[in-house]
Design a binder for this molecule. Structure first.
Ligand code: NDP
Length: 288
């Protein structure tokens, strides 16, 4: 493996083995962390994500419960399930797999999850707390990227981080987490002019746009650390990132592959958030 590669599989495994030890210790004290996953409809990608989340939960000893609802489910029925899980003392994390069908308002659903169980970190209360630096659930993908940077010894303080993409679940929280680590942050998006002029200034370049192989060596400064969040299919149906890996690696000092970079870290952070939540409930004396 190239020494430039940031190996999300290995780092994820390392963190999951730490989580597993902590989960075992908590179970010994009588508290089994519980994660509820709600899957609406039959989107094959969503089904695969959910399956992987359940498998990874089981591997570290977290009990997971899957609630499957039909594509035609009403918003009220979905809300009723969430309310029930909010009140279930054996559940410490609730995750609603996105996207949701058209008849359901995603914002209403996210806001109905108890912020204390919002292990995806999407609830406005958690987003707000994250921005002002209070203890909160952090959105799993940016949190996982911070762990990748930390564990590879990447200096963030004083570095220029350029983030391409400003979604609520990746780009925006990513910038905030880097700001908290004293990076200077630039956000780019679809209306940004002269994208490569900005990305070429990046010491740390993070790309989350959902466009196959869009970022090439022309966007990358010599020696930059490149994090590719994208998960796309190329013309041959092969999984690929937003960064043209074979070109960007020529300039980067370190780079994440797709698959095997950010993806495994996202699931790992979901498990970490669920453990964190169960520990908090245990400390309050309310973990079954
Ligand atoms: P969204 O579609 O929600 O957001 C995409 C962002 O990219 C938008 O802010 C958009 O700008 C910006 N953008 C689109 N085209 C360009 C362009 N040509 N130049 C600059 N900016 C552009 O995507 P997500 O953030 O949800 O996901 C991004 C990618 O990451 C996807 O491939 C997704 O599958 C992947 N992903 C991977 C995860 C993992 O665990 N590995 C987890 C989550 C996502 P604007 O706001 O102006 O429209």
């Amino acid at each position: 493996m190239s020494e430039k590669l940031i190996d999300g599989v290995a780092i994820g495994k390392e963190i999951r083995s730490e989580i597993k030890k902590n989960v075992s210790a908590l179970i010994e004290k009588g508290c089994t962390p519980g994660l509820a996953v709600i899957l609406v409809g039959d989107n094959p990608a969503s089904r695969t994500y959910v399956k992987n989340k359940q498998k990874s939960s089981a591997e570290v000893g977290i009990k997971s419960e899957l609630i499957e609802l039909p594509m035609t489910v009403s918003q009220q029925t979905l809300l009723d399930h969430i309310i029930q899980l909010n009140n279930d003392t054996s559940i410490h994390g609730i995750l609603v797999q996105l996207p949701l069908p058209k008849q359901i308002d995603e914002n209403i659903i996210i806001q109905s999850i108890d912020p204390e169980k919002d292990v995806d970190g999407f609830h406005p209360i958690n987003v707000g707390k994250m921005i002002i630096g209070q203890d909160s659930f952090l959105s799993c993908t940016p949190y996982g990227i911070i762990k990748l940077l930390e564990r590879t010894g990447t200096e963030m303080s004083g570095k220029h981080a350029v983030i391409v993409g400003r979604s609520n679940i990746v780009g925006k929280p990513m910038g905030q987490l880097l700001l908290q680590r004293d990076a200077t942050v630039t956000y780019c998006h679809s209306k940004t002019k002269n994208l490569s002029t900005l990305t070429k200034q990046a010491d740390i370049l993070i790309v989350a746009i959902g466009r196959a192989n869009y970022i090439t060596d022309e966007h990358v400064k010599e020696g930059a650390v490149v994090i590719d969040v994208g998960m796309n299919r190329d013309a041959n149906g092969k999984l690929c990132g937003d960064v043209d890996f074979s070109k960007a690696i020529e300039k980067a000092s370190a780079i994440t592959p797709v698959p095997g970079g950010v993806g495994p870290m996202t699931i790992t952070m979901l498990l970490k958030n669920t453990l964190h939540s169960a520990k908090k409930y245990y400390a309050q004396g309310s973990c079954k």
